[in-house]
Design a protein around this ligand. Structure first.
Ligand code: IPM
Ligand code: MG
Length: 357
């Protein structure tokens, strides 16, 4: 089969990690007789430098026409002085919104090979940890009205958190479906003791739960959830939450797994199309130095094969290869521990492919 993949490397370590991921995909292509065609497109700071716009229309078009989008990372201090609506991060938000990718799936799995990298007490993650964070991605405070105004206390700025029932319903349905395929436990995270939008969120999710009698639904306030994730992470199976709470909780969940350099994500809409990216940022200080960990992006490509292309065996093979590299004791700097063998970005890609050949 032939697959068109829009590749948006972006900024910082983006090009380093996408390069290694293509290497792994090419290897899968040879082994399983698929053709992956990459359409490289600009977005983020590099697009600002090249064409004066963080998200050129032709990038959105190419992504929309592709079978799946693989994204590195965007942003960096070089563009921090720009006004909010011109910053590189806007490219990411624009892609999510314009491609209709309202569901962000962020699995936080503690690889047994990396159990020592988990900063929590050993008992907390004994027997493994597998949490799925389902984050609403195209609504809430990220996309609500924002602006500046004058107040009695002087100049002020605001961002509005707004959710329609339909936005909550569609992300909740994804989370319930996901829970059905897993341990059938869903925790909805909100701040319903304070926020009106959270009260709506909670009501809609409770209403929908009637359609999923086998799923055990619970509600948790965000502050408590942030604490529980550290106190007893094993109590969670699937977590569903808003755009901003999901942004925060998924970083926290990733740290429990040992390194943010390991966590992939899938952004999905209706149908099979999706955008796949690591949850970490562009780490400009590591860019081009052959030290960044490309595993989160390689694992994102595995998610693309599974969710968008239906290539389950191939996806499993990539994940197995990543584990084999870890099991052989190789570690990038972010995962380094006593007795481990240091490797760089490129060698990580090479070692993952060597387990696929
Ligand atoms: C993420 C990132 C983005 C977000 C930033 C870069 C806009 O933190 O994907 O989690 O907040 O969604
Ligand atoms: Mg984030």
């Amino acid at each position: 089969m032939k697959y068109n993949i829009a590749t948006v490397s972006g900024d910082g370590i983006g090009p380093d990690i996408i390069r290694e991921t293509k290497k792994v995909l090419d290897c899968i292509g040879i082994k399983y007789n698929h053709q992956f065609i990459y359409i490289d497109k600009l977005a983020g700071g590099c697009a600002i430098d090249a064409v004066g716009n963080c998200l050129p229309g032709e990038t959105v078009e190419a992504c929309a026409k592709s079978d799946g989008v693989l994204l590195g990372a965007v942003g960096g201090p070089k563009w921090d002085h720009l006004p909010g609506n011109e910053r590189p991060e806007q490219a990411l938000l624009g892609l999510r919104k314009q491609l209709g990718l309202f569901a962000n799936i962020r699995p936080a799995i503690v690889f047994t090979e990396l159990a020592d990298a988990c900063p929590l007490r050993k008992e907390s993650v004994d027997g493994g940890l597998d949490i799925m964070v389902v984050r609403e991605l195209t609504g809430g405070i990220y996309f609500g009205e924002k602006g500046s105004c004058d107040t009695k206390l002087g100049p002020a700025a605001y961002d509005i958190e707004i959710y329609s029932e339909e936005e909550v319903r569609r992300i909740a349905a994804i989370a319930f479906d996901m829970a059905m395929k897993r341990e059938k436990k869903l925790t909805s995270v909100d701040k319903a003791n304070v926020l009106e939008s959270s009260r709506l969120w909670r009501r809609v999710i409770t209403e929908l739960s009637v359609d999923y009698p086998d799923v055990e639904l619970s509600h948790m306030y965000i502050d408590n959830a942030a604490m529980q994730l550290i106190r007893n992470p094993k109590q969670f199976d699937v977590i569903v939450t808003t755009n901003m709470f999901g942004d925060i909780l998924s970083d926290e969940a990733s740290m429990i797994t040992g390194s943010i350099g390991m966590l992939p994500s899938a952004s999905l809409g209706k149908g099979n199309f999706g955008m796949y990216e690591p949850i970490h940022g562009s780490a400009p200080d590591l860019a081009g130095r052959d030290i960044a960990n490309p595993m989160a992006t390689i694992l994102s490509a595995a998610m693309m094969l599974r969710y968008s292309f239906g290539l389950y065996e191939e996806a499993d093979e990539i994940e197995r290869a990543v584990r084999s590299v870890l099991a052989s004791g190789y570690r990038t700097a972010d995962l380094m521990g006593p007795g481990m063998k240091p490797i760089g970005t490129k060698e990580t890609g090479d070692r993952v492919t060597s387990f696929i050949k």
